[in-house]
Design a protein around this ligand. Structure first.
Ligand code: SF4
Length: 234
């Protein structure tokens, strides 16, 4: 599938409007309710009611993440589809390697992300033609080539939409403040990127925005959970 250069340079709202016309209802936003995700939810609420919103509950999320999930649900009156990992896979993993296996090795961390995040996402995307994410090029060195519209060969060739691909962190916050969008209060406490509680910590002013994720690991390329593998974009 070819996407026009005009689409790739469209505004975030323009990309979402095109996507709703092209794919609804076989499309969903997948979000962790970080700042980018709540911006997209607000935009979608203005474009069309009923676009599906999915989130992955790994079982290790921060309490503040559940709080913003509820705030969004109340503000926009939208159902949120919460995806859980397979219980038997979590039980086998924790029996074999412990509940905090991510601290023991990169392999253990990747296994935990695979069980708690990647498999539930793969399952959810199986029935869709397109999915929307909050990826931005400025989030990480592994994301500098993110396009607004991509073919996701890692998920069966469905369309992956990253409407905020060219947004800056400041633009995200300008939008949140201008539209009074509910957001995760951990952002006010030095968390630019929010993942699972045991694997995320605050960063110092000026530090890389992903520095608080799996902070004990040194390799920035390895510091992805597998939801957005690089090198698969068509
Ligand atoms: Fe497990 Fe940490 Fe990955 Fe969450 S971020 S799934 S706790 S390794």
């Amino acid at each position: 599938m070819e996407f026009s250069p005009e689409l790739q340079s469209s505004s975030a709202e323009g990309v979402l409007t095109w996507a709703v016309q092209a794919f609804h209802p076989r499309m969903a936003l997948v979000t962790s309710f970080a700042a980018e995700g709540v911006v997209i939810i607000d935009m979608l609420s203005r474009i069309r009611a009923g676009v599906r919103v999915l989130t992955l509950d790994t079982g290790r999320l921060c309490p503040e993440t559940y709080d913003v999930m509820e705030a969004i649900r109340e503000r926009y009156g939208m159902p949120i589809e919460v995806l859980f990992p397979r219980a038997e896979a979590v039980e086998a993993m924790t029996r074999e390697e412990g509940v905090n296996l991510f601290y023991h090795s990169v392999e253990g961390r990747k296994r935990c992300c695979a069980v708690r995040k990647v498999e539930p996402l793969d399952r959810a995307l199986g029935g869709l033609d397109a999915w929307i994410t909050g990826l931005r090029r400025g989030q990480a060195t592994t994301r500098t080539d993110v396009q607004k519209v991509e073919i996701d060969s890692h998920h069966g060739g469905i369309v992956k939409l990253n409407p905020l691909a060219d947004w800056t962190w400041d633009q995200v916050w300008d939008y949140i403040r201008a539209h009074d969008v509910p957001y995760n209060t951990l952002h006010d406490r030095g968390y630019p990127s929010i993942g699972c509680a045991p694997c995320t910590r605050a960063v110092a002013p000026g530090e890389d925005i992903r520095a608080g994720r799996w902070w004990w690991e040194q390799d920035p390329v390895a510091k992805e959970c597998g939801l957005h593998p690089a090198g698969h974009r068509g």
